[in-house]
Design a protein around this ligand. Structure first.
Ligand code: NA7
Length: 542
């Protein structure tokens, strides 16, 4: 394919939508393979999630040494992380460094939103339209649009009547917000809220937290990354990345505790406590990996859940508040949170917890938030209400595939993909970490690298074979959707109202979207490629 413009007379070979972790690496990898690429990004800067989520306390809950690209030896050796869990500004600096280091910016168009993409069946090309009214053509489109990028601002009665400022954690003002001396409401108690609440409590005069569902969170025990530890990991980085690719969740290779070896039922109760306490003291998401059966056996899960509840009662002084903070759902069913002082924040006299589990928020008024018949006067509202996960960003683009069929229509009963990579009826469109792939159930960087490399390898193979078009078959897709459901059904994940199921968005079809288990998935993708892209139709041959 040509170096200026695309071979099909298109503007470029590939249009990539989004310049986050996925889009940046996709650009680099495709360029290295000789394709012409244009990345179109809605934000005014690169970084995706790490560009948008600037709320106080925002950081990653996967260790920084593992939440980083593994595709370039020099990059991973040169970059120095400062903390066990990197802050949002540090990750954004890292991505800026990557963009400069690999000279990516010249092919990235910022502050431009892709609004539509239409497939031309005669030429087998896509025409992409932007909010600036431009039209650009490409043989292929890669949607690197992110799993958690479409902010969910719930439609609460009176929402826009509030006279003070309101913020969504995923759209935090870049200039920062000074909440010193203000009375602040936080709506939501997911991961973003869990990170923001301890910091907001320090700043504000009074913090009122509206909790619909109590949250399990484990301590981060974050701190400076000891240079010796960083050097030790860097010395065996190839092995670390390889171990992560063989890990169910795509990370854990730098954890001192390692993967689980025993089922809960096979361990005596006193020893279980010891194992869980050791993980709690170590901190982080590895807590869920104490035993092999935590996400597959309700009894086993309850052992871990009860342990966290006992910790909440230990940490929180007021037993009634501790009880309200104690979740009842399966632990891990909603994504486990990692915190720095979350539960203890509720011991502060200036922090109040409002349980809205039965009635929700009744209204937002000009002066505050009304719940349980009571008005809570506040000066500012923070919506930590999450995202239209996994499909939200794709749904905002008017994709028109074969026969002009809209993606929204094809997915009206929930997303249907083959391998989370391809969609029948939408040839030459690839999704990075799409629904039906491990994505959010794995270290996002591990999942992204695997997808980017698979897609790039696929485009190289198509070029080598003279193919202009690739499309997932409906049969392979139906089988894949059934497979994802079967795997999810074997776990406890579908047992609560999580965003994995789309349950946080009113009216969204209830379908379990990510696929648990990274290694067998990656092996399957490799297999599909090795067998001539089984489950896809390739053609026509020029
Ligand atoms: P989450 O995890 O989706 O959390 C959103 C929170 O907001 C959660 O507690 C929700 O309660 C709550 N919520 C959502 N809508 C409402 C309404 N209408 N009223 C009251 N409360 C509401 O989003 P985060 O941004 O915290 O984290 C997303 C992911 O980003 C995280 O898992 C990491 O992977 C990174 P609910 O639980 O639905 O009852």
């Amino acid at each position: 394919m040509g170096r200026d413009g695309g071979t099909a007379g298109t503007d470029v070979d590939v249009i990539v939508v989004g310049a986050g972790l996925a889009g940046l690496y996709m650009l680099h990898r495709l360029r290295r393979a000789g394709f012409t690429v244009r990345v179109i990004e809605a934000g005014s800067g690169i970084g995706g999630t790490w560009y948008w989520n600037r709320y106080p306390g925002a950081r990653c809950d996967v260790p920084s040494l593992e939440y980083s690209y593994g595709f370039d030896d020099d990059l991973e050796q040169d970059w120095e992380w400062t903390e066990r869990y990197a802050t949002q500004p540090e990750i954004l600096r890292y991505l800026e460094h990557v963009a400069d280091r690999f000279d990516l910016r010249r092919d990235i168009q910022l502050a431009t939103r892709v609004v539509a993409a239409t497939f031309d069946e005669v030429t087998s090309t896509w025409t992409v339209e932007t909010d600036a009214g431009e039209r650009r053509t490409a043989r292929f489109v890669v949607a690197a649009t992110g799993c958690l990028s479409s902010a969910n601002l719930p439609d609460i009665p009176g929402r826009d009547s509030f006279e003070g400022p309101s913020y969504h954690t995923g759209r935090w003002p870049h200039e920062g917000v000074d909440l010193t001396g203000r009375r602040v409401a936080v709506i939501g108690t997911g991961s973003s809220a869990v990170q923001a609440i301890p910091v907001l409590a320090e700043q504000s005069a009074e913090l009122v937290v509206f909790q619909r569902t109590a949250t399990y969170t484990v301590p981060a025990h974050n701190g400076a990354l000891p240079p010796a530890q960083q050097a030790e990991v860097k010395a065996r980085y190839r092995e670390v990345r390889a171990v992560n690719r063989e890990s169910v969740v795509g990370f854990g290779a730098t954890s001192v505790l390692g993967p689980p070896t025993a089922a809960t039922a096979d361990v005596a109760p006193a020893e279980r406590e010891h194992v869980l306490a050791e993980r709690w003291d170590q901190g982080g998401l590895a807590f869920l990996g104490a035993f092999t059966d935590t996400m597959t056996s309700a009894e086993a899960n309850e052992v871990a859940a009860a342990f966290v509840r006992s910790k909440i009662h230990e940490i929180v002084d007021d037993p009634a508040v501790a009880e309200l903070l104690s979740p009842t759902q399966v632990i891990g069913c909603k994504r486990l949170c990692v915190d720095s002082g979350y539960y203890a924040t509720f011991n502060r006299p200036d922090v109040r917890l409002v349980d809205i589990s039965s009635g929700g928020i009744e209204a937002i008024t000009p002066t505050g938030v009304r719940a349980n018949g009571e008005d809570h006067g506040v000066d500012a509202i923070v919506f930590a209400t999450g995202f239209d996960a996994m499909t939200g960003a794709l749904a905002k683009i008017r994709f028109a595939g074969v026969g002009g069929r809209a993606l929204a229509e094809a997915w009206s009963e929930g997303p249907k993909t083959y391998l989370g990579l391809g969609v029948p009826g939408f040839p030459n469109l690839f999704l990075v970490t799409g629904p039906g792939s491990p994505s959010v159930l794995a270290n996002m960087v591990t999942a992204i690298e695997q997808h980017v490399e698979w897609i790039a390898g696929c485009l190289e193979d198509l070029r080598a074979g003279g193919h202009e078009r690739i499309e997932a078959t409906p049969e392979a897709t139906e089988d894949w959707v059934a497979h994802v459901n079967a795997v999810a059904g074997f776990t406890l994940f579908p047992s609560c109202n999580s965003w994995y199921l789309g349950a946080n968005i009113p009216g969204k079809p209830r379908v379990f979207m990510p696929l648990p288990g990274f290694p067998p998935y990656a092996a399957r993708c490799a297999d599909v490629a090795a067998h001539g892209y089984e489950g896809f139709v390739l053609g026509p041959v020029r």
